[in-house]
Ligand binder design. Sequence first.
Ligand code: TA6
Length: 287
Amino acid sequence: MPVDIALPSSVRIEPGAGGLPRLSINSRQGSAEIYFHGAHLTAWQPASASAPVLWLSRESVFAENKAIRGGVPICFPWFGANVADPKAPAHGFARLRAWTLLDAQEDATGVVSITLGLESPDMFQAQYRVEIGPSLTMQLQIHNPAQTPFTFEEALHTYFAVHDVRNVTVSGLEDTEYLDKVAGFERRIQPHEAIHFTAETDRVYLNTRTACVIHDPGARRTITINKTGSDTTVVWNPWIDKARAMADFGDHEWPEMVCVETCNVGDYARTLVPGESHTMTAIISVS
Ligand code: TA6
């Protein structure tokens, strides 16, 4: 992976799993790993945390033709199946491409900012900035360099590590409408209570800009997901059967994770006129 960017001492490029090159970040603010493959953040642990915040499957494949299972897959320029092309990869191709390192900085307090880019000249330019500090900021900016409008879906499909999802709740989406993928995308309303997990859960919450909080009493921590530039939030746990059906997901791993995904999907896809840009940001903090 040729890189002509000067790296701060806290940032190294090294061979990762499967020999895929990755950025390894270790500063006084914490540690992280980002693969060039998919600009895929696979690990983050702030100095204040006693355990990793992101979940990564022990069965994940690390190969150029496969998405990494866990961390933060970037779903772009579509989410889920591509209705126009059933043979196209689920969740778009951005997580299957090698991104380019555009910048790496460390500030006086040890906060490290990494910027990676991906472009398809006549379609889009994507820049992804990851800031590793006391909190984690992930910022996906999409620019339309073409002469025609560009419509896309996007998701930061974040897998969070939890002690046991059966004892976890997610607040912030009370009274919010959602599409229930487990029930054929039926439209439902979240009651005035936090989400709790008793079976496969796969929901697209609509028209919501609120912060979500993962309450994880087993790990004695809460994880807060603030967001800007995002109108939908996906919440997912595969539970037993779906976990067993995925080769790159351990049969017994499903209690260890929950996805809370910052996104713009479905009716909330974005359209950029020529020359326009859009930024979606997720800010993750642990307490
Ligand atoms: O975000 C939830 C979801 O759309 C689920 O339906 C499930 O398919 C998950 O994404 C993982 O998708 P992947 O293509 O990464 O296996």
